[in-house]
Design a protein around this ligand. Structure first.
Ligand code: KG4
Ligand code: ZN
Length: 359
């Protein structure tokens, strides 16, 4: 098979990431996190993100090329860049760097949807061709349709993948994303930002049935999610508990509270996923997004899918969070399909791009 070298850039949110791939193999994946910049603000500040991306992007490109062993950008066959969805000022940095590199070095450019990257992240292989997610067959032998559950700080979507490049959203959140729910509830509990991993750590030591919390939309007929009702229930309940128990007493119940919150979010995600699997009968379930590192979600999904006899694949932890390697893989497949940007200077970021929009 011909070797295609892809340089990929993702600056959609608060990570500056650049990767180099050879076909579906990751040769280098550099991620410069901005968490320390944003955590004091309780969320990502778009203009601070933009400035940090601008400061880091060139060194990330240089480092990715160096680590890949290619060293020289002239060896790259295609440049892939995230053009949406994401924060407009952040996306702009990656898009203009990709345009500059493509034009200067006369390399074709491919514009990639960030959510397509998350959906394909289980297919990534390491340098020597070993699939990180332990998929049984090669990417070219993938059987469709597959179902993708994408859960991050900004998105919660159930996507039917009819082929690479052919996506249909069958369910999505009507308000907050699952990661956003973890983060907002974590803030109420005084756990800092982002709070998903902290809640998960406390939850390991807690009683999951200690507090009764709603599973919104549990009985609705569609595959949509909603987390704002859970957030509001937590707000009232934590205020009451703080009054009743005082600061010290409240601190003692944090593990039980975190365990109950995690269970409510995980149950909501699994309920709709199982319902969708029964209806659409996909060949497998693949996951993507930052929330997918959650161990409880993985364990409960594995159990639920075993009963349905459907295989499930999780991306390696490094490819759950935002990364350019997944953009490189989606970009490589788009390049093979001939979907390159025709007029490079005219490419614009699309902050609210949907996964169905560039089918
Ligand atoms: O995909 P991602 O890195 O960034 C976005 O594109 O949003 O996801 C970040 C989200 C945050 O909301 C964070 O709280 C959540 O993933 N997260 C977790 C865990 N680790 C990170 N949520 C639940 N359990 C975890 N262990
Ligand atoms: Zn993401």
């Amino acid at each position: 098979m011909k070797k295609i070298y892809t340089l990929a850039i993702d600056t959609s949110c608060d990570d500056t990431s650049v990767a180099v791939l050879c076909n579906d193999r990751v040769l280098a994946n550099i991620v410069s996190s901005q968490i320390d910049i944003h955590k004091g603000w309780g969320g990502v500040v778009p203009n601070l993100a933009k400035r940090a991306h601008q400061e880091m992007i060139d060194s990330c490109v240089d480092l990715a090329l160096k680590r890949s062993g290619l060293k020289d950008i002239k060896k790259i066959n295609v440049i892939a860049v995230t053009y949406g969805p994401g924060l407009a000022p952040a996306l702009e940095v990656g898009v203009s760097k990709a345009q500059e590199l493509a034009l200067k070095n006369n390399i074709p450019l491919v514009a990639v949807n960030h959510m397509e990257g998350h959906a394909l992240s289980v297919f990534l292989k390491n340098k020597v061709g070993k699939n990180y997610a332990k998929l049984p067959s090669d990417i070219n032998k993938t059987k469709f349709p597959l179902l993708a559950l994408l859960v991050s700080g900004g998105h919660t979507e159930l996507v039917l993948v009819e082929d690479f490049g052919k996506y249909k959203i069958i369910g999505q959140t009507l308000d907050d994303a699952a990661g956003e729910a973890f983060d907002k509830i974590g803030r109420m509990l005084g756990l800092g930002y982002p709070a998903g991993a902290v809640i998960a750590r406390f939850a390991e030591k807690g009683n999951r049935n200690a507090y009764k919390l709603p599973r919104p939309m549990e009985h609705s007929k569609n595959y949509d999610f909603s987390f704002s009702g859970l957030k509001t229930a937590c707000l009232y309940q934590t205020n009451d508990l703080k009054k009743e128990l005082g600061e010290k007493g409240f601190a003692k119940i944090i593990p039980d509270y975190c365990a109950s919150v995690e269970e409510a979010i995980v149950d909501s995600l699994i309920g709709k996923t199982v319902k969708a699997i029964k209806e659409y009968k996909p060949k497998m379930l693949v996951l993507g997004g930052g929330v997918v590192v959650n161990k409880r979600l993985r364990a409960k999904l594995r159990k639920a899918l075993k009963a349905l006899n459907i295989p499930i694949y999780f991306p390696d932890k490094q490819f759950c969070q935002d990364n350019a390697a997944m953009i490189g893989l989606a970009g490589y497949l788009k390049f093979l399909r001939g979907e390159i940007v025709k007029d490079i200077p005219l490419l614009q970021r699309k902050p609210s791009l949907g996964i169905e929009d560039d089918n």
